[in-house]
Design a protein around this ligand. Sequence first.
Ligand code: TRP
Length: 443
Amino acid sequence: MSTREHWGSRFGFIMAAAGSAVGLGNIWRFPYITGENGGGAFLVIYLGIVIGFGLSLMMAEMLVGRSAQRNPVGAFRQLGGKGWPLVGFLGVLTGFVILSFYIVVAGWTLSYIGQMARGLLHSRYPAVLGSAFEGFVADPWRPLAYAAVFMVLVAWVVTGGISRGIERANRWLMPILFLLLLVLVTRALTLPGAAQGMAFYLTPDWSKVDGGTFFAAISQVFFSFSIGMGTMLTYGSYLSLRENLPRSALTVGALDCLAAFLSGLMVIPAVFAFGFSPSAGPGLTFITLPAVFAALPGGDLFGMLFFTLLAIAALTSAVSILEPLVSYVIDEHGLPRRVVVAGASVVCFLLAVPASLSFGPWSEVTVFGKTWFDLMDFLANNLMLPVGGLLTALFVGWVWGRPALTALSNEHQLHQPWAVAWLWILRVVAPVAITWILITNLS
Ligand code: TRP
C-alpha cells in the first residue's frame, strides 16, 4: 500500500481527469446528439443534469478512490464489504465493453488525419464523402490496422504508470487540445452564415424534447464525465488524502462542459454555414465536416488539425478506460504493470474486431436486432454506466453514509450545508432520476 504511486502534482491530476472526461464523447458525440435533440433545449437539460447530480457523482467516485487508495474492486470491498465488490467488477467489465468500440472510432480518426493530409477528402458533397467513409469503415482490414495502432499508443502511455505515463501525456496533450479547439472555434465563428447555426445551437426548441431527450442527456453526461465504471474512482485513488476534492471535481466538470460546448460551437455553425443538417448523426464528424473543410481556404490543414484534436482527445480518454482494469489486476493479483497492460490490450483488440466488422462483412450479424458495435455502445451507455452510477450513488449515500461526509468535510473542504446537500443528492436525487429514466426507456 505504501508503494502506491501518486500524481506528481495537482495540475497533473486535473489534466489527467479532464483528459479522461474530454474525449470522443465531447467532440464527436456531443454535437450530433445536440443536433438531434433540438439544439439549445438539449444544452439546458444537459447542464441541469450536470448540476443536478453529475458533479456530485464525479466527486463521490473520486472520494471512494481517494479514501480507499485502491482499484474499484478493492475500494468497494474495503469500504463496503460483502457484495459491493461486484460494483467494481461491473466497472472493470464495462471498461472492456467501452474500449471495444471506442478504439474502433479512435482508429478512424487516425486514418482521417492521413486522408486529410493527402487531400483524399477534398469534396464538397456529403454524398461523395459518405461513400468514402462507408467504403473505409466497411473494409475488413484497414480500420482494424488503425485500431491496433491506436491500442498500441494507449498501451504505451498506460505502461508508463501514473506520474510518468498517464500524467505526463495529459500534461502535454490537454493544453494542446484546448489550443486546437480554440483555433477551430475561431475559424468556425468567422464563417459567413455562422449566425444561423449559432441561433440553432443556443435557442431552445422545446418541441423536440420528450422522455428520450432526458435519456440521451443522462447517458451523455455519464459517458462524458467518465462516471459509472470506476475511472474517476481509480484516478482518485492516486490522490493524496490532502487533495481538495470539491474544487478538483468542479474544475474537471467545468473543463468537460467547456470542451463540449466549444465542440458544438466549432461544428454546428460551420455545418449551417454550408447548408448541411446538424442532425446528420454519427456521420456528422466524418462525412459532413470534411465537406465543410473542402469549402474553406486552407481547409485540408484545418481538417488535419480537427482530426488530430479528435485523436488526442480519444487517446487520453482511452487511457483512462484501460487504467481501472489494469489497476485492479495489479492490486489484487500483484502482476507487473507491463504484463497486465499487454494482456488487457490484446483482449481489447480482439473485442474490437467484431465491432469493426459490424460496418462491413458482419453488418448482417445482429443480436437483439443490433450489430456488435451498436450492441456494445448500447450496453455500455444505456445500461452499464447508469447502473454503475446508480449503485455508486446508493453506496456512498446509504452504505458509507455519514463517514463519507466526514471523509469529505473534516478537512474543511466543503461547507456543511453543501456537504449535506451532496449526500442527499446521492441518496435521493440521483437514484430516483436514474431509475426513472432506466425504467421508462428500457420497457
Ligand atoms: N469521457 C470520455 C469521452 O467523453 C470517455 C470515457 C473515458 C469514459 N473514461 C470513461 C466513459 C469511463 C465512461 C466511463 O469520450
